[in-house]
Write a protein that binds this ligand. Structure first.
Ligand code: SF4
Length: 318
């Protein structure tokens, strides 16, 4: 059965989200979910770029300005500019984030916002919400595989589950890389994630397997292509239909071993899930129960059955 390491996973986070009073107004934006729940599994590494460049708190608010083809970061009243200082900080800090398995950004900030940050037209008070905070932009560009999310979006149960699933999967990949990659290890990793990938995006899943068969490139090149496809597949949100199809595949493994009563029970459970009458945890729990009675090594290694610790209670919203 898939085991979680008891060592916490390193995840970056905007410092104000863990309750540090580093915001421009001297306050914080503490995320109770991050601090009370996720902190049990994630070793949060808080970063406040604005404090790190010496802006202090409280301080004047800053904003993003679109100046022809470049983005500048200027005080809202125009009294100073921190573009260069912030960019230097981003350059120096970004490589340090390589061991992180995820990052949670504070929404809407001109420094940390992941999307929909107001980008002002120069010399006006008008702007469009199509900017990205300068620190978030740098981190996402330099670490395209690393799962990222914003505090507000984590309140959406499906986005929350998706982000956490990706953090655990990416962490597992990083551990594999740290231990030295071989094609055999990647194939094993792929086999263990088969049904998780299938539930997220069957089309992309079917494209991943051929990447590993009979390739002649150095293992690093195959690994790069594979993990890019792997993370893109997991980024797709699974839905009731894709989960139901995946569950039907799992059901097939028990055809010969279950009694007719158990078979009907499992089919009924999956069907009720398909109709929205039961949460995903119901058929998953039944399958893991049958697995303890009728062990199957291939199914037991499937990350799909335990993509994250059950205590996070993430599979009740599906
Ligand atoms: S959003 Fe980023 S820059 Fe702003 S207070 Fe939070 S951590 Fe600091």
């Amino acid at each position: 059965m898939y085991q979680f390491s008891d060592k916490k996973i390193q995840v970056g986070i905007s410092s104000c989200l863990v309750g540090n009073k580093v915001r421009f107004d001297g306050g914080h934006k503490q995320s109770t979910y991050c601090q009370k729940v996720l902190a049990n599994y994630f070793d949060f590494k808080p970063i406040c770029p604005e404090m790190a460049i010496g802006m202090g708190a409280p301080r004047k608010a800053i904003r993003l300005i679109k100046d022809e083809d470049r983005i500048r970061v200027i005080a809202s009243d125009g009294s100073f500019e921190v573009t260069e200082k912030l960019n230097d900080f981003c350059e120096q800090t970004s490589p340090l984030l390589t061991p992180f398995s995820g990052y949670i950004f504070c929404a809407k900030s001109p420094t940390c916002g992941m999307e929909r940050v107001t980008l002002y037209k120069e010399g006006t008070n008008q702007g469009n919400r199509d900017g990205v905070g300068v620190f978030a932009a740098k981190i996402m560009a330099d670490h395209p595989l690393m799962p990222v999310e914003e505090d507000g979006r984590l309140n959406d149960m499906l986005l929350r589950e998706n982000f956490i699933t990706r953090v655990f999967a990416y962490h597992k990949w990083q551990s594999l890389v740290a231990g030295g990659l071989t094609i055999g290890k990647i194939i094993q990793f792929h086999a263990a994630h088969k049904y998780l990938l299938m539930a997220h995006n069957p089309t992309l899943y079917y494209k991943l397997g051929p990447l590993l068969g009979g390739r002649k490139e150095p293992v690093e090149e195959t690994a790069k292509l594979y993990i890019e496809g792997f993370m893109a597949t997991l980024k797709t949100l699974p839905n009731r239909k894709s989960h139901s199809n995946t569950l039907s595949h799992l059901q097939g493994y028990f055809k010969r071993v279950l009694s007719s009563e158990q078979r009907v029970d499992l089919a009924d459970n999956i069907d009720k899930y398909r109709q929205g009458l039961l949460p995903l945890m119901a058929p998953i729990t039944l399958i893991t129960h049958y697995l303890t009675i009728y062990p199957d090594p291939y199914l037991q290694q499937q990350v799909y059955l335990h993509p994250h610790p059950d205590e996070l209670k993430l599979r009740y919203a599906h």
